[in-house]
Design a protein around this ligand. Structure first.
Ligand code: PMP
Length: 393
């Protein structure tokens, strides 16, 4: 038998050990983690809707109508009218013909990719795509070709040399770098090379595009350009679950074929009701996105001024690039000592040598919150520059 305990100890020595913090109370910037009050800059609740009073009220009101549990898979007897209404709402929100509600984004990616490609086909995936996309590609048993991040010319060359059924899959907004995929060029190449384009807009939905309708509509692309759109509901939407939106044939086909849709219990229907309420808010409230964009600009200017290396990201995902795993952990620790929660992200989540602090901003943050983070970053830099184990490692 393998020595699993020794592997865990090795992870600790390599600065790769993953620690789960215990959060109490609701998810919001000021939270309690491991018993300590901290100001969090690491959630994906980009619009501050995870703890929105209106959404909580919608959930409470729905419960007597729908009951609690999903009780069965959608194809047995779990498909509730609340799920159906959410699917219609999601199709309208994303300006698409139809939508299918999944229990998580991870399952959506696994189910969609493995349904759309199989043995003998080829799936092309951006090197920085999310783990759930990579796992979906592996599960599908199709040939997987990874292209350099955002490199449409490299992809085009690969596509031109490949025969048979081809699917291209990309994050809309990359989860660890915060940049947006070159969607218009990807759509053009896919059209020319007869490949099906799949976009996972987990981090763009609610944040980008007109009324938060996502990165695909921000790029001015239609369902014809990007037939398969995946979105998650646990991030900017502030609830839970995910969906796939596109032509009728797509959702109908997935109901027949996507194993992660077919063989799992339906989400509690009340969550679907609360998600509809949250979508109403997202559509109606440009002020949240405007405030968020101001915070992003303020953080970027301040952090660059302090000499930190950022990525060219205009989204709420603002990684501070460090490189070394231990140095990233030291910076995270130095911030925590000043009451800030920003987790260090290390390989294999990011490439080796690219450890970083993934700062995420939310409309629930105040300008003062961002200024406090910048002050803490300034002090941390001083402390770590003086320490032999600091950032210079
Ligand atoms: N896609 C991307 C790009 C993600 O970042 C994530 C979550 N981190 C997922 C999919 C998975 O979504 P969920 O959390 O709903 O499983």
């Amino acid at each position: 038998m393998r020595d699993f305990a020794a592997e865990i100890e090795q992870r600790k020595r390599d600065g790769l050990y993953r620690h789960r913090r215990l959060v109490s109370g609701p998810q919001q910037p000021e939270l309690t983690a491991d018993g300590k009050p901290l100001l969090s800059f690491c959630s994906n609740d980009y619009l501050g809707l995870a703890n929105d009073a209106g959404n909580i009220e919608a959930l409470k009101n729905a419960l007597p109508e729908t009951g609690l549990g999903g009780a069965a898979s959608h194809l047995v007897c779990g498909h509730h009218e609340a799920h159906h209404q959410l699917e219609e709402r999601l199709a309208a929100f994303t300006r698409r013909s139809s939508a299918l509600f999944f229990s998580t984004g991870y399952m959506a990616n696994m189910g969609v990719i493995s349904a759309l490609v199989g043995r003998g086909d080829t799936v092309f995936s951006d090197k920085l795509n999310h783990a759930s996309i990579v796992d979906g590609c592996i599960l599908s048993r199709a040939r997987m070709r990874r292209y350099a991040h955002g490199d449409v010319a490299a992809l085009e060359e690969m596509l031109a040399k490949t025969d048979g059924h081809k699917v291209v899959v990309t994050d809309g907004v990359f989860s660890m770098d915060g940049d947006v995929a070159p969607l218009r060029e990807l759509a053009r190449v896919c059209r020319e090379q007869d490949a099906l384009l799949v976009v996972d807009d987990a981090h763009g939905l609610g944040v980008l595009g007109p009324q938060g309708r996502g990165s695909v509509l921000e790029a001015g692309l239609s369902e014809e350009d990007v037939p398969v759109l995946i979105g998650t509901l646990g991030k900017a939407v502030g609830t839970s679950g995910a969906f796939v939106a596109g032509p009728e044939w797509l959702t109908e086909y997935l109901v027949q074929k996507a194993r992660t849709y077919i063989y799992t219990t339906a989400m509690p229907p009340a969550v679907a009701v609360a998600t509809c309420a949250s979508l109403d808010r997202i559509e109606a409230d440009d002020a949240r996105r405007e405030h968020l964009n101001q915070l992003i600009a303020r953080f970027r200017a301040g952090a660059e001024n302090l000499g930190y290396e950022l990525m060219p990201s205009q989204t709420p995902i603002q990684p501070i690039m460090i490189g070394d795993n231990h140095a990233a952990l030291s910076l995270s620790q130095a911030l925590e000592e000043q009451g800030m929660l920003v987790t260090a992200i290390r390989p294999p989540t990011v490439p080796v040598g690219q450890a970083r602090l993934r700062v995420t901003l939310s409309a629930a943050h105040t300008t003062d919150n961002v200024d406090h983070l910048l002050a803490a970053l300034s002090k941390a830099r001083q402390l770590l520059n003086e320490s032999p184990e600091g950032l210079a490692q």
